[in-house]
Design a protein around this ligand. Sequence first.
Ligand code: NDP
Length: 397
Amino acid sequence: MGRVLIIGAGGVGTVVAHKMAANSDVFTDILLASRTKSKCDAIAKAIGGNRIQTAQVDANKVPELVQLITSFKPDLVVNVALPYQDLTIMEACLQTKTAYLDTANYEPENEAKFEYSWQWAYQDRFREAGITAILGCGFDPGVTSIYTAYAAKHHFDEIQYLDIVDCNAGDHGKAFATNFNPEINIREVTQKGKYWEDGEWKYTEPHEVHQALNYPEIGPIESYLIYHEELESLVKNFPTLKRARFWMTFGQEYLTHLRVIQNIGMAGIEPIMYEGKEIVPIQFLKAVLPNPGDLGENYTGWTSIGCRIKGLKEGKEKTYYIYNNCSHEQAYKETGTQGVSYTTGVPAMVGAMMYLKGIWTGAGVFNVEEFNPDPFLDEVAKQGLPWVELHDVDLEL
Ligand code: NDP
């Protein structure tokens, strides 16, 4: 049915490649390209059957990307490299009139800040070129945004309060490790908290607001209010929201390490001179931390991510909780990666499938909640991420 170019051969790229290879009726030709070709080759070898072609590309360089896209002629480019590469890859897609999908919004490398403005600015150019860009199709953003769209479509006349809850109750046996790219992860979780209330953004100190929340099959875990990118598009696309927040669980050990890393300057993004050479502290830190893609082997336990929503249905107040629990061990058995890579890669593959099957269409730049949630949720459940709905329950928030 379609040709696809995957860019990025980390934990998420590994899952996307595995799942696309397993759906050969939709993904007939797959090229996996990344900065380090040997990583693409290792993934292709693990999948076997000559299903995956590989290539080297520096996705910071538009001409290199254009050349690769022009020679392979994919119907869709799936960007699972880093957020720093979003704009160069979108630019190359525009120049070659090729559809685009990613899982994280653009972030400039020299400033710890992420927002959709840079990618939304491409709206007119994608529309005029008649091509589709699908933004934020991982789990959060991604499935959480689609859960919200599904709730608004089927269960509420008006959604008013949204709390996205992201729990990792897994244990990888390391004193400190991040579950996805350490540089991006540490930049995300050390910034100020931010949430939407009564028509404006409100700010908190990092990790200032927290409370224990009960996660299904897991139990109570301390959860911290942080800012997460899907809040920006969800409050725009669901203007009835009076409040929208995002909560993530962190263990005490993780927070202690994080505090030390910050206090000693290892989370810094400004280059420093070391023995006559410029290094960026957080990039050096990444080099000595465990590789998130290698955590899977001894990872036990579950992730539990979902949306807790309150609003109105036929004039009455209603509460609703939709979530997925994913086993790290199961994810490792299937793809050789841990649950966080798995819960990101499976939705990216399903979003690509929605595009190639002509179910999600349109010219322009779209956040995933703007598409029909029903076919996506049917498929994502079949592909390894089933979801559970609870009605009229105590949301705790
Ligand atoms: P990794 O660091 O494991 O992998 C990133 C890959 O991108 C690596 O293979 C890296 O190459 C490659 N890469 C980096 N720079 C370039 C470049 N200039 N050109 C070509 N390739 C490059 O990250 P993850 O797999 O954990 O995460 C991938 C993406 O998924 C990130 O954007 C992350 O933010 C996003 N994500 C989204 C989530 C969601 O739910 N929406 C959750 C988790 C992650 P090399 O191997 O040479 O370093």
